[in-house]
Design a protein around this ligand. Structure first.
Ligand code: H2U
Ligand code: ZN
Length: 352
């Protein structure tokens, strides 16, 4: 290979977690944009919105009334995608197994991060973010003990652009009888790596990244935030623990503090990038609660933001991405450099 420069020339990168390739086209970052411009989400929200179904004391669309909660608040999703008491059984197969159906059961909860309608995790105090982490841990344990639950998926879908129905800071927890596809794939690759190397894939990867430094955005005593080498979304990131902890309930108090700190700083940098409340989908991946050993699994957090080059220009995964493989223009290293260079004080706070 002569003259190849990864910052200038098209190349493919390997995602070892999902075992998929993606295409990187760094030479394309200069192309003009004539496509869709998204609306900037409204910046000034009230601290309490009488029409919000998540605000304290308000009535939800399902009819139930929220308590006057002062910190976090969890409730069963009134329009749950999964039901705890629906029928369950083995898959039914037809046509040589080409056509399969399997009943699925589970539970869906909504969790409000704060009583304040106008805040986000990025704008909450460190101690308040830590409280959200404590709640995630409690929920993981509580739901994990429920009959027929194998996986607990904690996620947040933030911003109108991600199809989030309400700006009130909230996330969701879905639990399922079977481990969902993306997590099953990541568990299998981590298991395979552990069997081959007698070490955790994500620990080996983190140590290599901390050594390389170019994709690391931030780190503290217990966690690091980075743009993974294989990131698909322009500003996709991961938060990884330094200690190979399989599930969030194994984190010490100091580690939970460190996680709150690094997550908050990452989300502040996200907001500071285009000076908007940055949309994203976040998911926590960790050990299933099915009682199986799952060797080599390390808990981690994925952030998938859709924005590309401004508050209004979004990356679409369409065309070649849908028919060939995922593709990105700005490289993971360029994205990390931009995020790293941003202040970790929220732009709204520095303006006031
Ligand atoms: P998103 O905004 O992240 O899509 O989630 C909001 C969730 O809240 C959604 O799953 C639920 C929806 O079903 N919900 C209720 O449980 N009760 C309501 O009164 C409205 C919305
Ligand atoms: Zn609200």
């Amino acid at each position: 290979m002569t003259g190849f420069q990864r910052n200038d020339h098209p190349h493919r990168r390997w995602n070892p977690l999902t075992e998929e390739w993606l295409l990187v086209s760094p030479h394309r970052t200069k192309r003009p944009w004539t496509g869709r411009i998204e609306k900037v989400p409204s910046a000034n929200l009230p601290a309490y919105d009488p029409a919000c179904y998540l605000c304290p004391g308000n009535q939800r669309a399902g009819g139930a009334q929220n308590p006057e909660y002062e910190s976090t608040f969890v409730f069963e999703n009134d329009f749950a995608a999964l039901l705890g008491d629906s029928p369950f059984g083995p898959p039914a197969e037809q046509c040589n197994g080409l056509v399969r159906e399997q009943p699925e059961t589970g539970h869906c909860r909504v969790i409000c991060f704060s009583p304040r309608h106008d805040l986000t995790l990025a704008q909450m105090q460190l101690a308040e973010v830590r409280t959200v982490i404590d709640l995630w841990v409690d929920q993981y344990e509580e739901i994990g003990r429920m009959e027929g639950v194998s996986a607990v998926t904690i996620f947040e879908n933030r911003g109108e652009m991600m199809g989030c129905s309400n700006p009130h800071p909230h996330g969701q927890i879905w639990s399922t009888r079977t481990v969902p596809t993306i997590q099953a794939r990541e568990l299998a690759s981590q298991k395979k790596y552990f069997e081959q190397h007698d070490a955790a894939l994500l620990s080996d990867y983190l140590h290599w990244e901390l050594d390389q430094r170019e994709r690391v955005i931030d780190s503290n005593d217990h966690f690091a935030a980075l743009v993974p080498h294989w990131a698909i979304w322009p500003f996709e990131t991961m938060i990884l623990p330094r200690r190979p902890v399989a599930s969030i309930n194994e984190l010490s108090g100091a580690e939970r503090d460190a996680w709150a700190e690094i997550m908050r700083r990452l989300l502040i940098r996200y907001d500071n990038l285009f000076e908007v409340s940055f949309p994203y989908s976040m998911g926590i991946h960790q050990k299933p609660v099915d009682g199986e050993p799952h060797p080599g699994v390390v808990m981690h957090q994925h952030f998938y933001p859709p924005l590309l080059r401004s508050a209004t220009i979004k990356k679409f995964q369409v065309g070649y991405e849908m028919t060939g493989e995922p593709q990105r223009d700005i490289t993971a290293e360029q994205a990390a450099e931009r995020l790293r260079a941003l202040p970790d004080v929220h732009f709204k706070q520095s303006a006031s």
